[in-house]
Design a protein around this ligand. Structure first.
Ligand code: G4P
Length: 528
């Protein structure tokens, strides 16, 4: 019989971080190809193309089966099980991306060789750094002319403040691309346009000294390469697994995702060195993956295929123990036992009913809005995983109802859609307004569309005098009461009933912070 310890050790759960267009979708496809989920190649791409425009995105969301499935892709590779968690591509969905990153054990950073380190990569890297997430790097699009590799690594080191340890090194670039050298094994992987499209089909020579290689590269290029490698060896950091696992060093690979070149050395190295599920902090103690009892937390909620039924899928990352189909689990926030019937697993080819799941895996739990982001499930122990942030929104609108009789549906719709985490819903203490906060402006269109489509409510969103919001905490109950009385005009409750200060301006917030030194104004609400 297998144990959580054995199964956890085989798991590699990660996400790809990159700036749009660096090649995340293409690389995902190739990884799935190696994992044997060949039928997926192509479909990931189509989904992405449709994601670009708002209207398409909505039409796409109607086919929720697809988007639920590809949120988590699981495939076997060698004797490992790889879970790739998709991070939403649109800039508006930053918050979702952050939360997905709380559910992984490592990340893969994709950089366009011509563009180098871009703005979104910098932001995502900051998030990874909060948890010291280990990161591997793939420098993509080597079939095009790009920056000098040594300068590019310097750029990564100085901009992202992480040591680079090249594991493969390019032989030429653009039209002159001939292959990569594996710096640890000495192997040379040849680039042969056309051949590398299929899996495991590249020609590999055991070392640079292989006589045939001189013919392939030409003596001039070979000499140039040897010189460059000497330079790299002298200047670059050698791979240090401890430094990688601590998030201080990133192993670097070069390749071309679209040509499926350089991907296999990356994947081989990844399954060997990327961390299996690590211990996680909770409100009471650290939970180790090899514990016998099930625990996990919800990092994402998605409305399911049939909006009429308000059915939603909560994505739970398993942190310890074993999940069995139909088992009962303790929903810590509500204090109730819940039967996890028909939970889903996410094989890359299809989604399936989960027979079992292990630490590092993700399961999808059907529910009708009772499960929220940040919720913990256990086998009875009252602990909650920490560190799943809810960010203060930056944009606010008041919901305006065309038919006043639909107020109840509107409230319900706003509250339920907010559970998915992309928007937040506030009820001011002193007015009947319903205020929606979002991180991106596209969210208001999405919510208006879904209110109509799923709740039959015709609502629009209009400007409101709120500039920013802060969750309010105070250890002194009397002080808090006083604060509440004096500031009732600027206070609201969020969907979970937590007190929030909604400031008409940044200056107002600053003044309030100065006037009430005992009150904490938090820009994130940790799901507890
Ligand atoms: P993303 O998910 O990170 O946004 O990037 P995606 O994979 O969609 O790739 C962005 C563009 O870069 C795509 O071109 C893709 O084909 C191309 N690309 C990916 N990997 C490589 C590579 O190794 N070499 C080259 N030359 N291009 C690459 P597109 O024109 O937007 O789409 P398509 O028309 O090619 O499908």
């Amino acid at each position: 019989m297998t144990t959580p310890a054995q199964e956890a050790a085989r798991r590699r759960t990660f996400a790809i971080i990159s700036h749009p267009d660096a090649g995340k979708t293409t690389l995902t496809e190739k990884l799935l190809l190696f994992g044997g989920a060949i039928q997926m190649a192509g479909s990931v791409k189509g989904r992405k193309a449709a994601r670009h425009a708002t209207s398409d995105w909505m039409a796409l969301e109607k086919e929720r089966g697809i988007s639920v499935t590809s949120s988590v892709m699981q495939f076997p590779y060698e004797d490992r099980i790889v879970n790739l968690l998709d991070t939403p591509g649109h800039a508006d969905f930053g918050e979702d991306t952050y939360r997905v990153l709380t559910a992984v054990d490592s990340a893969l950073m994709v950089i366009d060789v011509a563009k180098g380190v871009e703005e979104r990569t910098i932001k995502l890297m900051e998030v990874c750094r909060m948890r010291d997430t280990p990161i591997m790097t793939f420098i993509n699009k080597l079939d095009r002319e790009g920056k000098n590799p040594i300068e590019l690594l310097d750029e990564v080191e100085s901009v992202l403040k992480i040591q680079c340890a090249p594991v493969t090194w390019p032989i030429g670039m653009g039209k002159r691309l001939k292959g990569v050298v594996h710096l640890l094994t000495g192997e040379v992987h040849l680039y042969e346009a056309g051949r590398n499209f299929t899996r495991q089909d590249s020609t590999i020579y055991p070392s640079l000294d292989t006589p045939e290689l001189a013919g392939k590269l030409g003596p001039a290029m070979l000499a140039e390469l040897r010189e460059e490698l000497e330079l790299v060896e002298g200047a670059a950091h050698p791979f240090d697994v401890e430094a990688y696992l601590a998030g201080r060093q990133t192993p670097v690979f070069f390749g071309s995702a679209v040509n499926n070149f350089g991907v296999q050395p990356l994947l081989d190295f990844f399954v060997e060195h990327a961390p299996s599920p690590r211990p996680r902090a909770t409100t009471t103690r650290e939970v180790a993956a090899d514990e016998e009892r099930l625990s996990g937390f919800v990092f994402k909620i998605q409305a399911n295929m049939d909006p009429q039924h308000r059915d939603r899928v909560a994505f739970m990352r398993v942190c310890s123990g074993r999940f069995n189909a139909g088992m009962k689990a303790f929903h810590v926030r509500s204090g109730k036992e819940v039967k996890l019937a028909n939970a889903l697993t996410f094989m890359a080819s299809d989604r399936e009913i989960a027979a079992e799941a292990w630490p590092g895996d993700v399961i999808g739990i059907h529910n009708h809005g009772t499960v929220s982001i940040g919720d913990t499930f256990t086998e009875g122990e009252a602990l909650s995983f920490t560190g799943i942030p809810n960010f203060a929104p930056e944009l606010f609108r008041r919901a305006r109802l065309r038919d006043p009789l639909k107020l109840k549906q509107l409230q319900k719709g706003l509250a339920q859609l907010s559970e998915e985490g992309a928007t937040q819903f506030f009820k001011p203490l002193m007015s009947n307004d319903l205020i929606l906060g979002a991180v991106g402006v596209l969210q208001f269109d999405v919510v208006a569309y879904r209110l109509k489509d799923e709740y039959g409510v015709d609502a629009s969103f209009e400007a409101v005098n709120v500039a920013t919001a802060r969750w309010v905490h105070c250890d002194d109950a009397k002080k808090l009461e006083e604060f509440r009385e004096k500031n009732a005009m600027n206070l609201a409750l969020d969907a979970a009933g937590e007190l929030v200060y909604i400031a008409p301006s940044r200056v107002n917030l600053q003044l309030a912070e100065e006037r009430w030194p005992d009150v904490r104004f938090a820009a994130t609400r940790e799901h507890a």
